[in-house]
Design a protein. Structure first.
Length: 81
């Protein structure tokens, strides 16, 4: 995921990912789901997840920003950060 903090891998639609989908967007949505589980949340945070996610907040893609905000909200709601 840290390699994805560079906006270049975002890509728009592709034949493999469908319209508007990218591996980064799919990963962020899935990570948001994982953040609801304490064990996953704790492990991700030990790996420096908050710093990586915070860095992605400036990516110029509205969907990426929405997914990052979703993750940050879930982590803050449980007092993880």
């Amino acid at each position: 995921l840290s390699r994805c903090s560079n906006p270049s891998p975002l890509g728009g639609g592709s034949a493999a990912g469908g319209e508007g989908q990218s591996p980064l967007k799919i990963a962020l949505f899935s990570l948001g789901n994982m953040c609801t589980h304490r064990e996953c949340r704790e492990h991700l945070l030990k790996l420096g997840f908050w710093e990586i996610i915070s860095g992605l907040a400036t990516v110029p893609d509205a969907v990426v920003q929405k997914y990052v905000a979703r993750i940050q909200s879930k982590l803050q709601a449980v007092g993880a950060v």
